[in-house]
Structures are given as structure tokens and as C-alpha cells.
Write a protein that binds this ligand. Structure first.
Ligand code: AHG
Ligand code: MN
Ligand code: MN
Length: 335
């Protein structure tokens, strides 16, 4: 790229030239990016900053919280609560919604986030990330309640993630394709490094936690068995496997070179529809994937069409290269 385009300039142009984002949404995205920069700093310090290890508490989903889960959550709240662009926030790490305190002006947007995705990778120095989704507060009623958040993913007005890996990369959509920004630490700003991200429709790479194989449903087992059979099997080609255990890093690989990612329902906890959370993991990732030409379903239905019934709802997830997601979805629909 000949002249560097900062995230700020990209957003200003999206607002001015294309009229795609109102100024309040632009501000919101700038603030989220600034928070991600702060989280990236904390992540980078690691043991030197005393940020590794568990916090000794549990979140609403019964998961043990790491120190960084809590730090990242606080950074996002503190950055976003005073700007006047938000009505409320929701997070994986908070039981219920966080309404912007009365001392600050209330805006018209709702922000949802997984402050730190891939918590099991923090202490072992493997890529982790922050995932976020932006909705508009429904018009009409004053105040804000959890019900205002319960909108299908198709209603998102912005979605993205920031991956803290060898580079810190912010990936964003406002409904006009997917753009990637790399953090330039010397300048302190995110710089546009890829626009119009496209996922190849075919792939020979899948991502799934194979240790759960014995608990899967027949359609998922069939799909993976066929991949594993390689050249000699019905697919007539060999497949490679990757599983980072940070959705953010697995999705980033898929946006970069294609692939399919699955965290399906399984028999370990049959009453749960899946492990991943619909509103702040599956929805933003699914929109990014669709915006890059991929597909995302729960095996039977487009994820973005699911009407949520609760904030921390879980969902089965299959996303990535279009033809593979369509194949595994068709196996579910046939059986
Ligand atoms: P989180 O750290 O926010 O709880 O999310 C972890 C998720 C997801 O990022 C990843 O794909 C998956 O859990 C890994 O699960 P396993 O440990 O079962 O492989
Ligand atoms: Mn997560
Ligand atoms: Mn998390």
C-alpha cells in the first residue's frame, strides 16, 4: 500500500464518502479500537505486568475467569461508558447488561463483547482476541433493558474482532465488506492492511476439537470422517487440520486463507445448543464471514437469522468457506 490509511481515516471516509456510518457509530468504533490497543498492551506485558493466571472468580456461565478476562472487560467498559454513543453494554463476563450511568449522556447504540476470547491460551502465549458486535437500540421506549439486545445477528450495524498474536490486527465490517488493520506500535494507530477480504469458496482445511468426536452428532461425524478419508475417500482430496482453541485466531486464519470452523452441539451437555455464545461470538464472526463471501450456520439455519431468547444464549457453529459449510449443513438437513 503506497500511502498509509489509518483506521480513523478509513472510518471518516466510510462516513463522508459512502454515508455508511453515522458519526456516533464512527466514534464508537474508534473507542473500541482504542480499548483494544489498551488490551493489547496488557496482553504484551504478560508475566511482567502481573496479568497472567486466574482471578479465582466464575462468570455467569460457570467458567473460571482469568485475570485478563476481567482486565479486558474493565478496559472496554471504562473506554465506552462516557462518550455518549452507547445506551448499554453486554459482555461474556457480566451476568446482566451494563446500562450507561446517569452521569453520562446516553447514545443509541448497544455494544456486546467477548472481552478476551481464547482464555485457555493466555498463559501459554498463544493468540487470543476481543470480539465485538454493535446493535441499535430499538426506537420508542425510554431506558434500556436486556430485551433491547435480543435482536438477530442480521440486525448488527458493525462487528469485528481484534486478534492479539504475532501482530495485533483489528478486523471490521460495517456491512461494506471486511477490512483489516494492523497496529503500528510506533505510531500508536491501526493501519489499513487489507480491504475487500474474500474467503475462497473451497478449502482443504478444517478446524474442530477432535477430542470431542465420540460426542458428536451423525452429520458432523460424517463430514469429518469424509475429510479424514482424504484422497481415497468420497471427497477425493486430502484435508489438513488446525485447532487453536481461540475462535478469534481460527476465524482470522479462515478470513486469511479459507477453511471451515466448527464447534457443534455435542452429547457432553445435551441441553446446551453448543459451547459458543450467539450474541457476542457467533453473530459478529458470522457477519464477518458472510461479508467476506463465506457462510455460517448452526447446521440447520443461518446463524444471523436466529432470534435470540437470552443474552448468554449458546449456539452450534459451522462457518467459513461457503461450499464446505453448505455441505455440512446439507448433511444435517438430510438426516
Ligand atoms: P472464551 O475463552 O471466550 O471462553 O472462548 C473460548 C472458546 C473459543 O474461543 C474456542 O474456539 C473454544 O472455546 C475452545 O474450546 P475447547 O477448549 O473446547 O477446544
Ligand atoms: Mn470466546
Ligand atoms: Mn471470553
Amino acid at each position: 500500500m503506497s500511502s498509509k490509511i489509518s483506521l480513523t481515516r478509513y472510518l471518516v471516509e466510510q462516513q463522508r464518502v459512502d454515508g455508511l456510518i453515522p458519526s456516533q457509530l464512527r466514534l464508537l468504533l474508534e473507542v473500541v479500537a482504542r480499548a483494544c490497543k489498551g488490551i493489547s498492551q496488557a496482553v504484551n506485558k504478560g508475566a511482567l505486568g502481573g496479568v497472567l493466571g486466574t482471578a479465582g472468580t466464575e462468570n455467569v456461565q460457570g467458567e473460571v475467569q482469568k485475570k485478563l478476562d476481567i482486565i479486558a472487560n474493565e478496559v472496554l467498559i471504562e473506554a465506552n461508558e462516557w462518550g455518549g454513543h452507547l445506551a448499554a453494554m453486554a459482555s461474556e463476563e457480566m451476568d446482566s447488561i451494563y446500562v450507561v450511568p446517569n452521569r453520562y449522556p446516553q447514545g443509541e447504540y448497544l455494544l456486546l463483547f467477548d472481552p478476551l476470547d481464547g482464555s485457555s491460551n493466555i498463559d501459554v502465549n498463544v493468540s487470543i482476541g476481543t470480539i465485538f458486535s454493535v446493535l441499535k437500540k430499538p426506537e420508542g421506549l425510554a431506558g434500556v433493558t436486556e430485551a433491547d439486545f435480543l435482536q438477530a445477528g442480521a440486525k448488527q450495524v458493525a462487528a469485528g474482532y481484534c486478534v492479539y498474536g504475532p501482530q495485533t490486527t483489528l478486523v471490521l465490517t460495517v456491512g461494506d465488506g471486511v477490512a483489516m488493520f494492523t497496529l503500528d506500535r510506533e505510531q500508536g494507530s491501526f493501519v489499513l492492511t487489507q480491504e475487500n477480504v474474500r474467503i475462497p469458496e473451497d478449502t482443504q482445511e478444517f478446524a474442530i476439537n477432535m477430542s470431542n468426536m465420540r460426542h458428536w452428532d451423525a452429520p458432523v461425524k460424517r463430514y469429518i470422517d469424509e475429510c479424514l478419508a482424504g484422497k481415497e475417500g468420497p471427497r477425493g482430496k486430502d484435508f489438513n487440520m488446525r485447532w487453536i482453541a481461540s475462535m478469534v485466531a481460527d476465524v482470522h486464519r479462515i478470513l486469511t486463507r479459507g477453511g471451515v470452523f466448527m464447534y457443534p452441539w455435542d452429547k457432553r451437555e445435551p441441553e446446551k445448543p453448543g459451547k459458543l455464545r450467539l450474541m457476542y461470538e457467533a453473530n459478529p464472526m458470522s457477519w464477518l464471514i458472510e461479508q467476506a463471501g463465506g457462510a455460517a450456520t448452526n447446521g440447520r439455519q443461518r446463524i444471523l437469522d436466529i432470534a435470540p431468547t437470552k443474552l448468554h444464549e449458546r449456539v452450534s457453529v459451522m462457518l467459513g468457506s461457503k461450499n464446505e459449510v453448505e455441505r455440512v449443513t446439507s448433511y444435517h438437513l438430510k438426516l
